[in-house]
Design a protein around this ligand. Structure first.
Ligand SMILES: Nc1ncnc2c1ncn2[C@@H]1O[C@H](COP(=O)(O)OP(=O)(O)OP(=O)(O)O)[C@@H](O)[C@H]1O
Ligand SMILES: [Mg+2]
Length: 484
């Protein structure tokens, strides 16, 4: 809408804010009047109107099959819009218009802000859908008329805070009309059944809504007294949440068609199921995090046991093997630790990679100076990629430290690059390089077997090893990453 307003009209920022507030709530008006609403704004030169927004009713058939936003009508083509705009009064037509064989009743409601008319809302009721109106429909239409009047006199939307409640009730969820004293004059069947669930045994009509609610909902399950009487008494344009076993959002729209308070619409929505699902989601997330935390603890216990065992052995290949197992278990623990802190199943892998890099350089270098750094970013990775990748990276880094460098140490660079749907990782060392008879595919030792198996079957990616230009070894990984 703002785009259309900027291109075709001279409305200022406050006007646009007013219109936005109106549009935030006009679903209610479309639903109450079983009608399509189109907002027309006069263009800069006053020669016609632009349709900048449209709302269809959820309570009845639409009068327009096509989208009207962006359409233009010159002055004179729609006399009702002209007269609503120039006379600043709601304009009605006796006979329905026929559009594509559908009888449509058109009304035009001027939109007033302070002493100016900003535009006109055309309200088009598809008469095919309107049968002999029932009490519910009459109550809807009466409230729609009151709201239309408020728009025309500048009393709607309400200045100040706007309802941003994501679960804001709709007309069909439960509709009540209260009089100026806060007594119910009409309750829709859905509204009544919401109050039944709150424990009401009688009819609602004639009751004082705030008082009734106070009697049904224990005091610690309802808002403070002031909010309760403001919202349920229909005095303030606000919403609130009440109840515990049954949770209900209540929203009041005070009616002041001529500026004087004549009562309010009160919309209700039972959100018990929604709230329960929210709670379940929260506990499920917390449980997953807790499990990762425990897996991490268990792995650290395993690593500690292996370390103890290694210390009891004489230096030699057996002891070295145990020390390596400690390291491998430790690198999986790092991933689970990250997962136990992450909000969902996505891991910020830069953090994991940096910790592995430091851990391997520290543990494996036997005092020789190993400098390492990371270039680029891994981004976030799903857990099912992060865990095997952490193991792969550990092995590759370990090899660089173990086989690449002599006493003098050296430098390791880990580079990562995210492309669309892919992750490319390169690990380079500036050490001795691979042995002349090295063959990745036939290498039977454990480290590279782990790497090959994880990269090819678990990660569905590709692995290359070769000399680094300028000396040393370069390992390249190319992995598909769908999520993250
Ligand atoms: N960065 C590297 N620089 C030099 N040689 C390497 C490098 N990476 C691997 N190699 C060679 O490849 C061989 C196989 O590596 P692999 O990791 O499979 O076994 P390992 O490191 O000897 O033992 P482990 O199973 O404990 O990892 C190594 O023995 C080494 O000769
Ligand atoms: Mg190795």
């Amino acid at each position: 809408m703002t785009e259309l307003v900027r291109t075709h009209t001279d409305l200022d920022a406050d006007d646009v804010l007013w219109l936005q507030k109106l549009l935030a709530d006009w679903q209610v008006i479309a639903d109450l009047s079983f009608a399509d609403l189109v907002l027309w704004l006069p263009d800069r030169d006053d020669r016609g109107y632009w349709a900048v927004a449209q709302m269809r009713p959820t309570t009845g058939p639409t009068a327009y099959v096509d989208d009207l936003v962006g359409a233009y009508v010159p002055r004179g083509r729609r006399p009702l819009i002209d007269s609503a705009y120039t006379q600043a009064r709601v304009a009605r037509e006796g006979d329905p218009e026929w559009r594509d064989d559908i009888p449509v009743r058109v009304e035009a409601i001027p939109v007033r802000r302070a002493d100016r008319i900003l535009g006109v809302i055309a309200r088009n009721t598809n008469l095919l859908g309107v049968r002999t109106p029932s009490r519910l429909e009459l109550a809807y239409l009466q409230s729609a008329t009151d709201l239309a009047q408020m728009i025309a006199t500048g009393h709607f939307p309400f200045p100040g805070q706007r309802s941003d409640h994501a679960d804001s009730p709709r007309v069909g969820d439960g509709f009540l009309r209260v009089d100026e004293a806060g007594r119910v004059t009409y309750a829709s069947p859905n509204a009544l059944s919401v109050y039944r669930r709150l424990g009401l045994a009688t009819d609602l009509t004639g009751l004082d809504l705030a008082e009734t609610t106070r009697a049904l909902v224990p005091s610690h399950r309802r808002p403070d007294e002031e909010t309760l009487s403001a919202v349920l008494g229909g005095q303030a344009p606000r919403d609130t949440e009440i109840g515990s076993d049954t949770v209900v959002i209540v929203r009041a729209i005070p009616l002041r068609p001529q500026g004087e308070h004549i009562g309010a619409l009160v919309l209700l929505r039972d959100v018990t199921d929604l709230r329960r699902r929210d709670r379940e989601l929260v506990t499920k997330d917390a449980t997953i995090r807790e499990i990762h935390h425990r897996v991490k603890n268990n792995l650290q216990t395993v690593a500690a046991l292996l370390r103890l065992q290694a210390r009891r052995m004489d230096a030699g290949s057996g002891r070295e093997a145990l020390e390596e197992a400690v390291r491998r278990v430790g690198s999986i623990a790092i991933v689970h630790e990250t997962l136990s802190q992450a909000f969902d199943e996505l891991v910020d892998f830069d953090d994991v990679a940096d910790r592995l890099r430091l851990m391997v350089a520290e543990v494996g270098s036997h005092g020789a100076g190993v400098a390492s750094r990371r270039d680029g970013s891994f981004g976030t990775l799903p857990a099912e990629v992060a865990t095997p990748l952490a193991m792969v990276l550990t092995e590759v880094l370990q090899n660089a430290v173990e086989h690449g460098f002599g006493e003098a140490g050296g430098a390791i660079v880990v580079s990562a690059q995210r492309l669309v749907g892919r992750l490319q990782v390169v690990v380079e060392d500036d050490g001795h390089g691979l042995p002349p008879d090295f063959d990745l595919d036939s290498s039977a030792s454990l480290g590279l077997s782990i790497v090959r198996t994880l990269v090819e079957s678990e990660l569905d990616g590709q692995l290359e090893m070769g000399p680094r230009p300028g000396g040393g070894t370069r390992v390249r990984l190319d992995l598909p990453v769908v999520r993250g």
